[in-house]
Design a protein around this ligand. Sequence first.
Ligand SMILES: *[C@@H]1O[C@H](CO)[C@@H](O)[C@H](O)[C@H]1NC(C)=O
Ligand SMILES: *[C@@H]1O[C@H](CO)[C@@H](O)[C@H](O)[C@H]1NC(C)=O
Ligand SMILES: *[C@@H]1O[C@H](CO)[C@@H](O)[C@H](O)[C@H]1NC(C)=O
Length: 340
Amino acid sequence: MYRATVSLLLLLLSTTSHVAFSVTDGLLPNGDFEHGPKPGQMKGPVVTAKNAIPNWEISGYVEYIKSGQKQGDMLLVVPDGAFAVRLGNQASIKQKINVTKNSFYSITFNVARTCAQEEKLNVSVSPNSEPNDWGILPMQTMYSSKGWDSYAWGFQADASEVEITIHHPGVEEDPACGPLIDSVALKFLSNPKRTRGNLLKNGNFEEGPYMFPNTDWGVLIPPNIEDDHSPLPGWMIESLKAVKYVDFDHFSVPKGERAIELMAGKESALAQIVKTIPGKTYELTFNVGDANNSCEGSMAIEAYAGKDKIEVPYQSKGTGGSSVPDSSSMPCQHAQGLCS
Ligand SMILES: *[C@@H]1O[C@H](CO)[C@@H](O)[C@H](O)[C@H]1NC(C)=O
Ligand SMILES: *[C@@H]1O[C@H](CO)[C@@H](O)[C@H](O)[C@H]1NC(C)=O
Ligand SMILES: *[C@@H]1O[C@H](CO)[C@@H](O)[C@H](O)[C@H]1NC(C)=O
């Protein structure tokens, strides 16, 4: 058996089938922070008691933000409901949840930056059988024009009760200069199987992180995401920039309900490892399109299977076209029968 890495670069891909939502999918208890501290548990906007926000435990400098509140000249607007939290330097929020041990889950939450700085968030789950295993999600680029982005991160539950922590590792001069967080949701991830007809797992991207029905900016899957932290089962994000998970309700998706937008040019890539048999010929087929979000121009996607590579041009009008390019059926066979 030889291994070929199939890596698809640039733009939008998708195919068929539908995966039902599991019952646990949606906001965590008080995941939208609509229930807040009592007046005696705040000093100005700062939360002073660690259990003041119902269902959550906080540590460090956490502000409880009301939509419409001003910060300097900036009006803070909250995407879901009327409240959100802000994590200052080294602050964190955490919540315990009951899950199914050994299953995979994905966390999705909304983030806004309030100061023009490079910000990061550190997401972790405990207990965790692997030491020093957390996700640093970079937020130096804001992708949506609404001021908020959704981020996703995946994990495997090592116990039936786990604690999810979102921590702001920043050390800015102004302690209040941390990201705003709203709408923390969880989704059970099924483990899509390879089929006889398709050797790629989750080739249609139908299984993926929770998407908020009321937001129209998709969900960012952060860069450098591998195996058990992928909120997109089967796929690794092998790039320096995030990719965007988009839904049929708010974007043009060539087939099915979900697709991936490779929005950061050459810096976005998805990869999956597929076992192949020497001497056999394989065909890689995919749809290329645009998400109907006004991104116009000449684009191209590059697909690699082992050492083979094709480049597929796509002329985007930004209005939601798509095609299955002739050249996207890529035979993958070498003289010695290796595709790696
Ligand atoms: C998880 O389930 C256990 C047993 O049913 C219960 O005692 C505990 O409070 C639950 N934890 C949470 C966070 O709901
Ligand atoms: C990330 O968060 C975990 C859990 O709170 C913590 O142990 C770890 O030190 C943090 N990592 C960084 C780089 O801040
Ligand atoms: C693109 O978006 C516009 C406006 O949102 C909509 O009317 C149109 O049907 C969409 N096109 C496709 C192909 O999805």
